[in-house]
Design a protein around this ligand. Structure first.
Ligand SMILES: Nc1ncnc2c1ncn2[C@@H]1O[C@H](COP(=O)(O)OP(=O)(O)O)[C@@H](O)[C@H]1O
Ligand SMILES: [Mg+2]
Length: 358
C-alpha cells in the first residue's frame, strides 16, 4: 500500500476493503484466451479465475491487452482461441445470454447529453425491462452518490460524476458481475478516490467487479487481487501483498552523495541489501538499494557514510510496491514502459538496471 499521498483517504478505503468477507466460488474462468490482430498477439494464452465478491483488477501499461481481454470476457470480442465461462454461461457459444447476467460500463462520452441523470437511468431500466419507479431510480442514484444530481443534465456533470452515472447504468439489471474499463482514467485525484469508494460500495452490495487500470496505486489500494499484464501476457496474478512478498526485497532506499564517494560493491555488501545501483547525475551520485529490511540497511548505510565522512542527501525509504513487482518480472520500469525494447534478454537487462554484474 505504498505511494498514497493522502493517508486519510487510504485509511478510509482500507477500512472498507478489510471489511470484505472471503471470496466465494469462481464466477469467471478463462483458459488459454488468445486474440490476434495480424501478426500481433494482443492477448496471448491468458488464464484467469475471478471469484464471487471480489474487486479484480487487470493492470498493465497501455497496449498490454487489458481492454481486449475484458471485451472477450464480456462477449463483445470473439477470441481466436480459448474458453470463457461467466456465471455458468459459455461466453463464446452464447454471448447474448451473457448480456443479461453482466453489466458493462459505457464510455461516459456515449451518454445522451440532453437527458437528466434520472431520465437516463429510467431509459435504461425500460430497455432492460426492470423496475423504473422513482424509488428505484433514487436507489440507483444513491448507490453512486448522485442523489443531488437527479435533475442535472448529463452535460452539466463533471467527469467523475459522469463516470459514476455510467457505473450505475451498468447496475440497472442487477448483474452478478460488472465490468469497468479504466473507470478513473482522466479523473483528478479527488474524483478518482471518490470513485474508488463507489466501486467498493458496489462490491459490498454483492456485485463482483472486474476493472482495468494502468494506475499501479489504484490496483494496490482498490483491488482485492491483481492480474498484471504485459504485452498480451499475464505475468502475475495475486493479492498485492502476496505479489510483493514474492520479491527479494521489502523496500527501496535512495540517497544522493558526492560523485564517486561510495561504490556499488560496498553498498551491495550492506546488511539486508539485495541489490544496489549507483548512477551519476551531474556532480552527484544517486544511490538506490533494494533491501529485505529497510531499518538494517539504513543503519548500515548511515554508519558507512559516517566512517567515510560522506554527506548523504535526500535520504528516503519507500516500501516495495507493484512497480517493483513489474520491474522484477519484466526487467523494465513500469513508468518508462514506452521505451523501445532492446534485444538483450530480460535477465541481463534486469541485472544492468540494478547495477549488478552479469
Ligand atoms: N481492433 C484492433 N485492431 C488491431 N489491433 C488492435 C485492435 N484492438 C487492439 N489492438 C492492439 O492490441 C493491443 C492490445 O490493445 P488493448 O487491449 O486495447 O490494450 P490496453 O487496453 O491494455 O491498452 C495493442 O497493441 C493494440 O494496438
Ligand atoms: Mg484499454
Amino acid at each position: 500500500m505504498a505511494n498514497v499521498s493522502d493517508p486519510g483517504a487510504l485509511a478510509k478505503v482500507h477500512q472498507v476493503t478489510t471489511a470484505r468477507t472471503n471470496s466465494g466460488a469462481p464466477i469467471i474462468e478463462a483458459r488459454g484466451l488468445t486474440k490476434r490482430y495480424g501478426e500481433l498477439f494482443a492477448v496471448n494464452g491468458i488464464d484467469l479465475t475471478v471469484f464471487e465478491g471480489e474487486i479484480f483488477g487487470i493492470l498493465g501499461p497501455n497496449g498490454a491487452g487489458k481492454t481486449t481481454t475484458l471485451e472477450m470476457i464480456e462477449g463483445m470480442r470473439k477470441p481466436d482461441g480459448g474458453t470463457i465461462v461467466v456465471a455458468g454461461i459459455d461466453v463464446v457459444a452464447d454471448p447474448r445470454r451473457l448480456r443479461q447476467a453482466i453489466g458493462a460500463q459505457l464510455q461516459s462520452t456515449a451518454l445522451f447529453d440532453y437527458l437528466s441523470a434520472a431520465e437516463l437511468i429510467k431509459l435504461y431500466c425500460a430497455l432492460y425491462e426492470v423496475d423504473d419507479s422513482p424509488a428505484r431510480i433514487d436507489e440507483l442514484l444513491g448507490l453512486v452518490d448522485l442523489g443531488e444530481k437527479r435533475n442535472a443534465k448529463v452535460n452539466e456533470l463533471s467527469g467523475g460524476q459522469k463516470q459514476r452515472l455510467a457505473i450505475t447504468l451498468a447496475l440497472v439489471n442487477e448483474p452478478k458481475v460488472v465490468f469497468l474499463d479504466e473507470p478513473t482514467t482522466g479523473l483528478d485525484p479527488a474524483a478518482r478516490r471518490s470513485l474508488w469508494g463507489v466501486v467498493q460500495g458496489v462490491r459490498d452490495r454483492g456485485t463482483t467487479v472486474v476493472l482495468t487500470t494502468h494506475y499501479m496505486e489504484e490496483a494496490e489500494v482498490l483491488c482485492d487481487r491483481v492480474a498484471l499484464f504485459d504485452r498480451g501476457r499475464l505475468i502475475a496474478c495475486d493479492t498485492t501483498q502476496a505479489l510483493i512478498r514474492g520479491l527479494n526485497m521489502s523496500a527501496t532506499i535512495k540517497a544522493t552523495c558526492e560523485a564517486g564517494s561510495l561504490d556499488q560493491a560496498e553498498l551491495a555488501a550492506l546488511p539486508a541489501v539485495t541489490g544496489a545501483t549507483v548512477s551519476a547525475i551531474g556532480s552527484q551520485s544517486e544511490l538506490s538499494l533494494t533491501t529485505t529490511s529497510a531499518q538494517q540497511s539504513m543503519i548500515g548505510l548511515l554508519e558507512l557514510a559516517a566512517r567515510r565522512s560522506v554527506t548523504l542527501g535526500d535520504l528516503r525509504s519507500s516500501q516495495a510496491n507493484l512497480e517493483d513487482v513489474f520491474l522484477s518480472l519484466t526487467g523494465r520500469s513500469y513508468a518508462s514502459d514506452t521505451e523501445p525494447a532492446t534485444d538483450a534478454p530480460a535477465s541481463s537487462r534486469r541485472r544492468r538496471r540494478r547495477g549488478e554484474a552479469a
